[in-house]
Design a binder for this molecule. Sequence first.
Ligand SMILES: Nc1ncnc2c1ncn2[C@@H]1O[C@H](COP(=O)(O)OP(=O)(O)OP(=O)(O)O)[C@@H](O)[C@H]1O
Length: 927
Amino acid sequence: MEDENLTQARASTRSRIPYPGLREMNPATTNSRSGILPPGSIANKGSVSRTNHRSNVITKGLLMTLAATRPKSTIPPEPKKSASVSRSGAGATKAHTRGNSLASSTTSRIGSTTSRSINGNFSNTMGYNRPASAMSRPNSSLSARKPNGAAVPRPATSLDTHAEDGASVLGKRKGMQPFPSSPSRSFSCPVGDPKEPHRSATWSEARQRVPKEAPGRYADLSYSAFRSDNPGSKTNPCFPNPKNLDSKAPTPARPVRQTRVPIPSPTRSCRTPSYSPGPTPKKPPVPLFLSKNSTIKIFDHPTGAEWNQERKEMDMENMLNQFMAKINEQGQQSSGLKDSVELYKSRINELESSRDKLTEANVSLRYETDALKNQLAAAEAALKDARREQEIAMDDLDRRQRIEMETINQESKSAIEILKARHQDEMQQLRRKFEREIEDEKAARVRELGQLTSKSALDIQKSEIELEKKNREITMMNNQLASLKSDLERERRSTHDLRQNLDTVGSNSVTLESTIRALKARIEFLEGGREEQSQAFERCNQEMMDALAETEATKEKLRREETLRRKLHNQVQELKGNIRVFCRVRPSLKSEPASDIAPMQYPDELDDAKEINVMGPEEKSSLGSVSRKSNTFSFDRVFGPSAKNSDVFEEISQLVQSALDGYNVCIFCYGQTGSGKTHTMSSQDGMIPLAVHQIYESAQSLEEKGWRYKMAGNFVEVYNENLNDLLGNPDELDKKKHEIRHDMQRGKTTITDINTVDLDSPEMVESILKNAAANRSVAATKANERSSRSHSVFILKLTGENHITGERSEGTLNLVDLAGSERLSHSGATGERLKETQNINRSLSSLGDVIAALGQGKEGGHIPYRNSKLTYLLQFSLGGNSKTLMFVMVSPLQAHLSETLTSLKFATKVHNTHIGTAKRQARVRDT
Ligand SMILES: Nc1ncnc2c1ncn2[C@@H]1O[C@H](COP(=O)(O)OP(=O)(O)OP(=O)(O)O)[C@@H](O)[C@H]1O
């Protein structure tokens, strides 16, 4: 329903003419509704009055004009219309038939005038934009359009105006929309194509069909007044064929050829029939009516004809009569027209009101449409939202499903795991149960065996008792037999019985004897198995005792061998020297270009790897030649740049073992800043972590031999001749005072107020190193400054006890990362820097002095340990009681060559020093 309304509203909006109103404009329906008789019907009924007939014809013409001016799009083609058209056409034809040419032409004129006025009203009222040319009256007049040079100017009469209007209207229609082909709507005359009898030709079509020779022929009839354009080219198709008029046949639908047929001119219709002399081109046209411009020429006849007054008067009278009749007719006609106009006005008002209603309806429909559009937009937005929500919901659902699936998977996995575990538990339980059952079965069998054994013993006992009893009985019987034998004679009968009894007893005794024999065999068999078992047990016991004795012997041997190994190890270490020097050259770093590398060679790298050859700096001789001195140094071991920390550790691991065996061991790293000391000592795979790991492994393996070890660690720093605890509070660095105390009796060193960490696991050493590094970095003012300017000492105290032998050992492993050994010049340095420099120089030279003093080997000689905090701290780890290893670290850079040579020279001195035999701090526990 709404769609229908919308469609109608749209159609009405486009055409701007309410559809129902236009339908009512159809002559048939209009007349039936408004009560006005359709013109066709009046004509059909054949009105008596000629005026009425004309009026009807005029009304019909108006309706036709209205129908013709109605827009094509608003009027749907209806088959009924052709009927009404045929009626109206018939009516029109009758009018022509009955009336003369004047009536016919007058009807046409009035029709066109009315049509024009109605068109104007209608178009104005309905908003139809009629072309301006249609409304405007053209400036044509009979005189203006007079072709062929009419001799007498024609007076401008009202009839002329009408005629001209009719022509004008017709002419204007050319410029309008083409008329519909339906004859009911076409204002054109029923001049049709013979091939299409039902189609009415439009004005332009009809014009084209008129022969061209017609104009000359009708020129004298003022026909030009009815032509809109070229007066000589076309005939007016609005006038019926005289043939048709003569035949009186009311067939307007039938096409009629109008060529070569003279059509009565509207002007001619005003003439009397006597003034229709036919085509006389030479005769000048006579003016039809008198006007102010008319000149009555009485004596201007060319032939000089005399004036016929009577005839003229008669003519004038006739003309006057006709004119009066015409005026009356026009009056009646105009009153009819007025009525029609009123009717149409009321009708137009109705239509306007209905149009207003429709406009309102249209507006409301527009509002509704807008509202519906809004609703549609809202619905679309809601749909979009819903779709989006649905997508989100779908996504959520997917996600949830995935999560659920994952959860289910995990649950199923965990369920499987649980089932597996349960299954294993059950299996174990079953296994245990079966084992228990087997054990029970075994015990039951053993019990059965015991019972059987005891039972058989009982049976044997019983049989023996019975045997004895039988023996006694036999004896008694024998006694009785003897007494009876003596009494044989006397009691033969009783003897016979007794013999029978004896036989019975004899057979019984045989049975018993066989039973006894079987039981004896069984007992023998059982006793034989028991013996075998007890013999096996005895054998096992013996073997076990032998094994235990052997183990004890082996253990004893192992202990002896361990002691021997320690002795041998120590001897080897002594043979190697108690102070050893290793040289290590670090690889060049990525940041160091190859051109900066100093030439160094390792002559016996693949053999003993004890030598290093360093080319000295360029020297200019007095002659100007440049030469480089080759310096070869020899140490206990030389590690090239490709050596890894693990390779280095392999060499020092024996010294670490010595610490476990109760020796004081001291490993130094000496070298200039950046030569790789810290990397060798404290990096992740440096000597400190590797040493701790090895000690743990060795301590664990020594547990079998009765050794239990305790490990305690300290990490200290000597900076500016002050001792700092690197495992303590970093804020207390350089502030807290720590004192070094030596127990000369026990050869032990302790430091006051220092944190000692019990190393329960090898992993702890890493946290110790990290702590120490962090504390050092807090104290550092510049990067790497602190580590370069201070000595760090990692002290690992190892205390071992052998609970089998009662032995006890106390060893100390000192791992020392010395400050940069580069020559520090006092010049230029001030304040803290000067103090630092002095202290580093002093401690390093003190170390050299101590080693040199130790090298002199004087028993009881003075060793200047107290000259520096470092040497004082390491008093018991440097000297005859200890094993010392010094790494001389070498930078590969050319820039460091001079420092490298100095370091190597110092190390060579140390290497050449022989320190006395180390003493093991081991003693047997007093028990
Ligand atoms: N054998 C090596 N392999 C690889 N890199 C090394 C090696 N030795 C040293 N380095 C690197 O060389 C640089 C300097 O080394 P390191 O800090 O150990 O020198 P240092 O002698 O301890 O210096 P400082 O006296 O200033 O503490 C470091 O980046 C270190 O990683």
